[in-house]
Design a protein around this ligand. Structure first.
Ligand code: FE2
Ligand code: FE2
Length: 158
């Protein structure tokens, strides 16, 4: 689902993206970078809809639900790679993912209880989290994984 999301969901750029993609977010892992870009795009779409006064619209809830699914799919890939290559800070990184998942779930539950209670800050919160997480933990983790992937097989079994 994650890889095909952009292909089936095109958005007219409006020059006001809340989370514009930047090369400084690249990890040099193609699949992970593509997934990050898709998540950025989705946050921008949620933001655009709220700015357009559509925060009560079911499309906003649907996009946030998509974000939950896509983020979970993305986190599972990172977590699988971390386990495979025995990343030493796995628990810390895993915990960050779980906290973001709880934030998204909480936003969805608030929306379902009362659309008026839905915070318009949600896209900003998600954008801030992703930028901080990708520039910090993800880049550090992927650099470690790349070094393990390039290492001789004997090192990987150590
Ligand atoms: Fe991560
Ligand atoms: Fe990530």
């Amino acid at each position: 689902m994650l890889d095909s999301y952009l292909l089936t969901n095109t958005r007219e750029p409006n020059g006001m993206s809340i989370a514009p993609w930047s090369d400084e977010y690249c990890t040099d892992h193609h699949v992970i970078d593509t997934q990050h870009q898709t998540l950025f795009e989705l946050v921008n779409r949620i933001h655009d809809a709220i700015i357009a006064g559509e925060s009560h619209c079911s499309a906003v809830r649907a996009m946030l639900a998509d974000f939950e699914v896509l983020a979970q799919e993305h986190f599972e890939l990172e977590e699988e790679l971390m386990r495979t290559y025995q990343y030493p800070n796995y628990e810390v990184h895993f915990g960050m993912h779980r906290r973001l998942c709880r934030k998204v779930r909480s936003a969805l539950e608030k929306y379902d209880r009362d659309t008026d209670a839905f915070s318009h800050d949600v896209p900003q919160v998600l954008a801030d989290w992703m930028i901080h997480h990708i520039r910090g933990e993800d880049r550090q983790t992927i650099a470690f994984l790349q070094s393990r992937i390039k290492a001789p097989a004997t090192t990987l079994k150590a």
